[in-house]
Ligand binder design. Sequence first.
Ligand code: HEM
Ligand SMILES: CC(C)=CCC/C(C)=C/CC/C(C)=C/COP(=O)(O)OP(=O)(O)O
Length: 290
Amino acid sequence: MSKIKAYYQLVKPGVMYGNVLTGVAGYLFAAGHFHQFSWVGFIATTLGMTFVVSAACVLNNYLDQDIDQIMARTKKRPSVTGEVSGPAMVTYSIVLLVLGTAVLALWTNWLVVAIGLIGFVTYVWLYGAWSKRLSLHGTTMGSISGAMPIAGGYAAVSGSIDIGLIMVFLILFFWQFPEFYSISIYRRKEYKAAGVPVISVVRGVPATIRWIFINTILYVLCTVALTPLGYTGWIYFVIMLIAGLYWIYVGYQGFSAKKPEEWARKRMFRLAMYHILLLCVMLSIGPLLP
Ligand code: HEM
Ligand SMILES: CC(C)=CCC/C(C)=C/CC/C(C)=C/COP(=O)(O)OP(=O)(O)O
């Protein structure tokens, strides 16, 4: 692997782009609602968030080497193979964090800076270094950090904490349980071998399927609630309701799945990916449509 590719891998591109995408959606959602869009604010939010989320992922890679070297999915990471040294990773993370925080501080507002830093600390320490290793509730902590970028994007426009900010935070918070709990089903053996107490290891697969179902319903309720709350028009409502009911139906199929691993990988996880894309598009245009 070339050095550049190694440094790129360290930011966990899949997770990083997903998080930035939700940040962008949060910004556009608020911009549509408040009729207030600025290119400077938009670019600074996107760029700053990209740097801060990347900084968090790099530091997490540095701290997670012991777990990552056991799991097949993660054992080829540059942090594990030694391609990038420990001190280099820490320096890289600090540079990204300083850059990102500076961009957010200069061109957005202090609420966005605070949300970025809370997300950073929650992901790197409260989740990665602490609760992920200790308890099945680590996912809840991880979900708090994962819901920060959309809240940050929204806050860049609103400048304050309001119902809209709380709702987008909750939507993203609940979305992550179907996403990660389905991964925990199809990667159960790896997590068990690495000693990570994810829900499928601690409570078993049927209980995990139950919690996926419950959280999917909570996600759908929060997404459609934006319309009666006055944030989006009925086109958003109808599309999110239909897509949401379908997701709930797929969650329900989990109860009778003959091969839960296959259901989790090919149905539930995949649908979580489609849902986040659809959600981001609909949040961005929902306030502007009838
Ligand atoms: C807003 C929050 C999140 C976003 C946007 C997100 C996005 C993504 C995306 C796009 C992927 C597929 C690409 C890739 O493999 O890198 C992925 C995979 C993954 N995510 Fe998430 N994720 C989020 C939250 C979480 C949470 C809370 C956890 C765990 C507690 C988690 C654990 C994982 C794992 C382990 C994979 C790898 C799956 C595999 O290789 O089979 N993610 N995520
Ligand atoms: C504003 C801000 C900086 C927010 C932080 C956003 C962020 C990086 C969220 C990630 C969510 C999450 C728990 C991913 C899984 O990590 P993992 O360590 O379980 O994944 P792995 O097993 O692939 O390493």
